[in-house]
Design a protein around this ligand. Structure first.
Ligand SMILES: Nc1ncnc2c1ncn2[C@@H]1O[C@H](COP(=O)(O)OP(=O)(O)OP(=O)(O)O)[C@@H](O)[C@H]1O
Ligand SMILES: [Mg+2]
Length: 253
């Protein structure tokens, strides 16, 4: 479950062509990272997959069903935490199950499970302003997981974290992903992060965004960030991405 297919996607904002013929897929249980220059349409792709916006042409399927309107089968984790400030950590995580009409005991069982999974036991009753950046991000991830999505869409979720917390969060995310067997589409600006996390890396071109190249990352997990194989892949991806970042800068001139 959780197979996402993007087929011939074009997206315009007024006269501005943001996405041009985007085609790729995320297989069941696969972890795919999306890389590309700023403004190439990565967030737009996530929004389309979540059904928050619709393409001008092309189709998106999740498990064979065409996405029209908000896609309730995916979870979204934003860069800017986007937690409800008036709800505690537990209250944030229980939000989805509550909206679905789960009984109180079931909501509590779900939130306990995910609080443990993301290592937030003892902080259940803290409000977002009482939590660190890394903790807030973990609440965001737990909240997305608590909805039992088939597909997790993550938009630079660790971009605001310091390097050490980011490394810890990446390892935790992989641990949860391996346990829950969910498909993940993860946007990042970091080639290092993509090579550490992904089964496949999709590199996008400068605007209008389209898929430039797809890299298979067949390194065994847990991965060693500095292994020669990881370094080789990182260099290849950097080269592909680097030329697009340069092109994006020229387009802006
Ligand atoms: N609602 C909107 N209205 C008009 N233009 C938009 C809208 N949303 C996105 N765009 C434009 O579409 C392009 C792609 O935006 P998007 O946010 O998807 O880029 P991105 O790849 O996520 O960039 P970044 O890496 O900086 O987050 C940009 O040029 C942006 O200005
Ligand atoms: Mg973005």
């Amino acid at each position: 479950m959780g197979r996402l297919i993007l087929k011939g996607i074009f997206k315009k904002f007024n006269d501005f062509l943001a996405l041009e013929n985007v085609n790729f897929d995320v297989a069941e249980g696969e972890f795919v990272c999306l890389l590309g220059p700023s403004g190439c349409g990565k967030t737009t792709i996530l929004r389309l997959a979540a059904g928050l916006d619709s393409p001008n042409s092309g189709e998106i399927f999740l498990d064979g069903k065409k996405i029209v309107g908000t896609n309730k089968e995916c979870g979204f984790v934003f860069q800017e935490y986007a937690l409800f400030p008036w709800r505690t950590a537990k209250g944030n995580i229980e939000f989805g199950p509550q909206v679905k009409g789960c009984r109180k005991e079931d909501c509590e069982k779900i939130s306990r499970h995910y609080i443990d999974l993301v290592g937030l036991r003892g902080f259940e009753n803290h409000f977002p302003h009482e939590l660190s950046g890394g903790m807030k991000q973990r609440v965001g991830i737990a909240r997305a997981y608590a909805n039992k999505p088939k597909l997790l869409l993550m938009d630079e979720p660790f971009g605001a974290l310091d390097a050490q917390t980011r490394n810890i969060m990446q390892a935790e995310l992989l641990r949860i992903w391996e346990k829950e067997h969910i498909s993940v589409l993860f946007v990042t600006h970091s080639v290092d992060e993509a090579v550490y996390l992904a089964d496949r890396v999709v590199v996008m071109s400068a605007r209008p965004g389209t898929v430039k190249e797809i890299f298979d990352i067949k390194l065994p997990r847990p991965r060693v960030r500095t292994s020669p194989e990881a370094n080789t892949l990182r260099d290849l991806i950097l080269k592909s991405l680097g030329s697009e970042i340069k092109r994006a800068a020229e387009i802006r001139k």
